[in-house]
Design a protein around this ligand. Structure first.
Ligand SMILES: Cc1cc2nc3c(=O)[nH]c(=O)nc-3n(C[C@H](O)[C@H](O)[C@H](O)COP(=O)(O)O)c2cc1C
Ligand code: SF4
Ligand code: FES
Length: 646
């Protein structure tokens, strides 16, 4: 425990709250009241500061689980592959009593009568390409055979799949080594393949030159927003007096996205090298890798990589004789999607609930971790830094399209024959090539119905839509072209112009067998579960949308429902503290708009007359007690000629 506490600055020991909770739960199985009190005392905090974490983060539990705890992914790509049936079969095989809605399984955890098993529905486990997936204890099980529970319970070790050969349409930088027969995550293997050469080179360069290279490369963040990385970095003053922090965002929780896990599992040193170069460029002496709690194996792989790098003096004191000291620490989340949002992540890293911060300041680069300048970058973004040093910014920018440079990893899941990861030159591959050539096309006899192109928050595209996109020509001029979904280039600007976004690169394909109300309800359930609850429109609206789509699915849809869904979505987007508001509104707004016939078909009942208001006896008493005399006069109003009260 003391070792975990030592990762954080002396006056910010609260950051150690989550690591200590993880350690406590690993040892005792759950967080008891005694645990809360003990950790609070250890960190000199009030017990409520610990209890609020236990109740906020879904992975912490206040009751014991079974000897084997099974987490089943219930989110879209897994649900499409049968995860609800998997859960039913697990109930039957383990004798666990069904307690209704998915949420009901969390608190307390559903345990079998003999105490041997417990099950829990969880949100996307970032393995959407090998569905359905579940975690047995700490091990990930992919492509689970829904009909063979006995087999699943017998073989509880991880069966993570490796995707080997590159498709001819791929252009691999990040995946250059991943999947090779002789490739391992060991540092010796990395060094044999020119590992850490770019760190050595960077340490000889002026910091400003590295930042300029990243600016010239045009690299846009791969975490979702696509913000230019070099511009973000240049917000850090070269003569900054406060400590500067770098945070690697490895929270990867956007449904449909499963690339960062793969990089961490297959090439941790590539990520570490990117982090170390970035730290040097930003003069950041401490980096944290915030990794989602559901990646326990990834966290161990990174810890090992850090120790190996330390042995070679790539990190620690005076790295490679450069005079630069740097430390990298792994910090585990605990199951909350909102901790992927950078300010929610920072709060979480400070040992608080993952509540996104009110803006301004707009960028953590101004006020971030411990109120110090902080750069938050995605795993994949940080890996690109190594390649920018190797190639030079200008050469890197030649890959891809103007304003959409480099390569990026797109993850394809859903109704395709060969779901998986593909590293493409940004914009050099169309949606049609991605789906039909790289991902093997649709299942036999099926037609494309819709695509969600950038993680579940992205607006859905309908297969028979026509899109008007402006395209830049080689002579610099632009022309407007009308195109089908198959022709849309997979880049940031084209997908934005098509009315959606490239987001986190998670492409979810839906064929004509899919019920769009069912699909939206699954997505709505995710957002209703994950809203942090600070903003009323998001907290209430996400739940209302989910309750309506759920009611529609159960045959209770009323004619007003599609309109009500749209109104709720319209009243969330743009009215919240963080972009989760848009993320939860966009699916509903776009599904209802693009598939009106399916929503209307499930909204047939007449709208019932409004119920008379119901008051509890206490509320009636309160009403009687409310004084009708004005409380105070507002002189301003009186001056204006109106006798108002305040
Ligand atoms: C609700 C929400 C969830 C997010 N989840 C992630 C995530 O899991 N991983 C990630 O890298 N970025 C995520 N982001 C984006 C981050 O806020 C931030 O923009 C990103 O980490 C910056 O890195 P980049 O510039 O390298 O893309 C999320 C944003 C929002 C609004
Ligand atoms: S928009 Fe939602 S997730 Fe973001 S701060 Fe508000 S309530 Fe929390
Ligand atoms: S792992 Fe199940 S939907 Fe992503």
């Amino acid at each position: 425990m003391d070792e975990a506490i030592a990762h954080y600055p002396e006056d910010h020991r609260r950051s150690a709250a989550m690591p200590l909770l993880h350690l406590w739960q690993e040892h005792f199985g759950f967080i008891s009241d005694e645990g809360v009190l003990w950790i609070a005392a250890k960190l000199s905090l009030q017990p409520i500061k610990i209890l609020e974490l236990v109740t906020f983060y879904p992975m912490f539990r206040q009751h014991p689980a079974g000897k084997t705890h099974i987490r089943v992914c219930r989110t879209l790509s897994c649900a499409m592959a049968g995860s609800y049936q998997l859960m039913e079969n697990l109930f039957a095989a383990t004798g666990i009593e069904r307690r209704g809605h998915a949420d009901a399984m969390h608190n307390p955890i559903s345990v079998s009568p003999d105490g041997n098993y417990s099950v829990e529905f969880v949100e996307c486990l970032a393995s959407c390409g090998t569905p359905p997936v579940c975690m047995i204890g700490e091990e990930l099980r992919e492509n689970v055979d829904v009909g063979s529970i006995a087999d699943l319970l017998r073989h509880q070790t991880s069966n993570i799949k490796h995707q080997t050969s590159a498709h001819p349409l791929e252009h691999r930088l990040i995946f250059k080594n991943i999947g090779r027969e002789d490739w391992t995550t060991d540092i010796d293997c990395y060094l044999r393949n020119s590992g850490y050469e770019q760190l050595k080179e960077a340490l000889t360069m002026p910091r400003s030159e590295i930042v300029d290279k990243v600016k010239n490369s045009g690299l846009r963040g791969r975490g979702g927003a696509g913000f230019p990385c070099g511009v973000k970095w240049s917000f850090i003053k070269p003569d900054e007096k406060k400590p500067v922090y770098l945070i690697c965002n490895a929270d990867e929780s956007e449904p449909g996205t499963f690339k960062d896990r793969y990089i961490i599992h297959e090439d941790p040193h590539q990520l570490l090298e990117g982090i170390l170069i970035s730290c040097f460029a930003l003069n950041a002496r401490t980096a944290f890798i915030y990794i989602r709690g559901e990646f326990p194996e990834g966290a161990k792989i990174l810890e090992r990589a850090i120790e190996q790098a330390r042995e070679h003096n790539f990190l620690g004191r005076d790295i490679l004789g450069s005079g630069f000291d740097v430390e990298v620490y792994v910090h585990r989340g605990a199951g909350a999607y909102i901790c992927g949002e950078e300010t929610g992540l920072i709060e979480s890293l400070e040992g608080k609930r993952g509540y996104p911060r009110i803006k301004p300041p707009y960028f953590p680069a101004v006020l971030g971790l411990y109120m110090c300048p902080t750069i938050v970058n995605n795993v994949e973004t940080l890996c690109h830094i190594k390649h920018i040093i190797a190639m030079g910014g200008v050469n890197y920018a030649r890959l891809g399209r103007p304003n959409n440079t480099g390569t990026r990893i797109v993850c394809v899941s859903g109704d395709v024959q060969r779901p998986g990861y593909f590293e493409i030159e940004v914009g050099a591959v169309t949606m049609g090539q991605l789906i039909y050539e790289m991902a093997g096309g649709l299942k036999p006899g099926r037609k494309l119905k819709a695509v969600i192109p950038g993680g579940s928050s992205a607006k859905v595209l309908r297969a028979d839509e026509r899109f008007k996109l402006k395209q830049q020509q080689t002579d610099g001029s632009t022309i407007e072209r009308e195109m089908s979904i198959d022709e849309i280039p997979m880049d940031f600007d084209s997908l934005a112009a098509a009315g959606s976004m490239a987001g986190s690169g998670g492409v979810i394909v839906l064929d004509d067998s899919r019920d769009m109300v069912w699909a939206l309800n699954n997505i709505n359930e995710f957002y209703a579960h994950e809203s942090c609850g600070q903003c009323t429109p998001c907290r209430e609206g996400s739940l209302w949308m989910q309750k309506i789509t759920d009611r529609m699915l159960r045959g209770g849809g009323v004619t007003e429902d599609p309109k009500t869904l749209k109104t709720i979505g319209d009243n969330i987007a743009g009215r919240t503290i963080c972009a989760f508001g848009e993320a939860c509104a966009w699916p509903t707004q776009s599904f209802v708009q693009k598939f009106p016939e399916e929503f209307a078909a499930r909204a047939q009942k007449p709208v019932p007359p409004p119920l008379p208001p119901e008051y509890t006896p206490e509320e009636l008493m309160e009403q009687e007690e409310i004084s009708v005399t004005p409380l105070a006069h507002d002189p301003g109003w009186e001056k204006a000629g109106a006798a108002g009260t305040i």
